[in-house]
Design a binder for this molecule. Sequence first.
Ligand code: PHE
Length: 342
Amino acid sequence: MAIEKAELLQKIEAAGSLEELEVLRVELVGRKGTVTERLKAVGALPGAERAAAGKAANVLRVSVEAALAEREVALRAAETEAEFAAPFDVTAPGLKPALGHRHPVSVVLDELVDLFWQMGYQVAEGPEVETEWHNFEALLVGKDHPARDMQDTFYLEEAHLPRTHTSSVQIRHMLENKDELPIRIVAPGKVYRNEDEDARHSWSFYQLEGLVVDRGISLGDLKGTLETMLRGVLGDDTVLRLRPNFFPYTEPSVEMDATCVICKGTGMVDGAGCKLCTATGWLEMGGAGMVHPQVLRNVGIDPEVYSGFAFGFGLERIAAIKYGVGDVRELWRPNFKFLEQF
Ligand code: PHE
């Protein structure tokens, strides 16, 4: 037995690699290893021999395990040393960490904020959970107003709701700044609506609201501003079209269209109807209008002295048009293969 033990320990000492050592470990102390079998055999011995044999087998196991652990430490140290000793290629390209990048909607938003900043606008923000008053009543959308249907939403407790549009920020900003006119702001933010989803609509999306209040602001100022904005974001050859529309909080109200970025307003691509604008040549961009005098009164601004314009449009839609994304829902799926293209 004593000889056998020395032999085993020598074998362990001689293991040249971690793989060899692992083979030995299984051979010796594995489930069917030599040492394991010897321990099991103790139970079958006659009573008188059992104690001594058991003790010897245990001593053997402990020394074998200790030797295995010691050899492992030595082999690992040797491996690390070899790694450091190997020639190091200082010209090898470094490992590049995977960096994220901005989301297409953020890119579009930054571009727009920059454009408006150049025209003297500041960025304003408001809460995503609004009171019904800020979101609807102050904007002349009464409880029974048919315009509520268009945006009616998920109600929270005590006349609160996730805002249905960023127009509520107009109200907050005017209330806070009515004594420091003029106002020139853009307000980006998330909005929520009770809306069925499809390739162009979503129940939650980002809007950019704009508001200007000063003496002598006219529809012409609104038109020039929207045109500058659309050309900046969609290209210099973009033409703006305003159509009459209705919003309770603006008078007159307009819908803004831009010439289609694909067919350039012709409605045709290679002899067939343009798919992006459904052959109309125009893309609907959002709503706008002159701030209703009663809205100004609601926030304590005198409509006899001041006038203003406001507009609001969806950012996903602009990103989709700009980058040729067929389905706005794609923008918020955690699909990195898709998002990494931008
Ligand atoms: N709030 C309107 C909407 O969400 C857009 C709009 C903003 C219209 C400002 C007029 C003035 O559709």
